[in-house]
Design a protein around this ligand. Structure first.
Ligand code: MN
Length: 253
């Protein structure tokens, strides 16, 4: 069987001198490779949704803030990071397309927030300005692989079953956080100061969002590896079922 293809959402850089470009940090590709999947980078372009149809899972990467209008809020406070309408629009369409196909989705940081927005949830625009939680606690100054705060997984969550432990230490690079969860979603992890650090949609085989960055930890941290392995395993199951539906043995291409 061929390896599952994972669609990877990309960051949009509109400041590049030679014109707009789309990119990901290489660790996302490396973490998928380590878990046995092939990364397919999707551009912030209307054809991304067409390309998604060839894939077996959707990985939503980290990045800047969502336009608060997408969850019905006005901008608050002073700390909004760069908002990119093309990226917001592309990713929201990809999420809806993947959900309608029952395709596995793994949302990381901004990706988790995108799942919340797509499902009718809301975000806190800045944890310090709106919740009084010091920003440095979740936007660490330490390097990408430093595991600076604890996350407690919910006993009954699929995430806890997957990771095999209830207490893990994570890296943290966010100043926003999910406030209200989409209807039907289940809380899967919290930080000690009460922030939503992971959620899942139990009505789908694998729709998981985490607020930390397991892609930076996957080279060494077993919990991060389990997350990517669980996601890729779900993509493999999706791959097999999509082939049997097609019934032509073409392995999805
Ligand atoms: Mn955090």
């Amino acid at each position: 069987m061929s390896k599952p293809l994972i669609a990877v959402s990309t960051s949009r850089d509109n400041q590049f001198t030679a014109g707009p470009r789309d990119f990901v940090r290489s660790v996302y590709v490396e973490a998928l490779d380590q878990a046995g999947a092939l990364a397919v980078l999707l551009p912030n372009h209307p054809t991304a949704e067409e390309a998604l149809a060839y894939c077996h899972g959707l990985l939503l990467t980290g990045g800047g803030d969502y336009d608060p209008a997408l969850y019905g809020h006005e901008p608050q406070g002073t700390n909004m990071a760069s908002v990119n309408p093309q990226r917001d629009h592309t990713e929201q369409r990809l999420i809806n397309a993947a959900l309608s196909r029952n395709m596995p989705i793994f949302g990381i940081c901004r990706g988790m927030q995108g799942l919340a927005v797509a499902g009718g949830g809301t975000l806190v625009q800045d944890v310090e300005e709106q919740l009084g939680i010091p920003r440095e606690r979740h936007a660490q100054k330490a390097g990408r692989t430093a595991q600076t705060h604890r996350v407690r997984l919910e006993d009954a969550s699929a995430l806890a079953r997957l990771v095999g432990q209830l207490d893990i230490r994570v890296n943290s690079f966010h100043h926003q956080v999910v406030d209200t969860l989409p209807h039907g979603y289940r809380l899967a992890a919290r930080s000690d100061d009460g922030l939503v650090e992971a959620f899942e949609d139990p009505s789908h085989p694998f729709v998981v969002g985490v607020q930390w960055h397991p892609e930076d930890l996957a080279a060494t941290d077993s919990a991060a590896q389990m997350l990517f392995q669980g996601f890729v395993e779900a993509a493999r199951v999706y791959q097999v079922s999509s082939q049997s539906v097609r019934g032509d043995g073409s392995e999805g291409l």
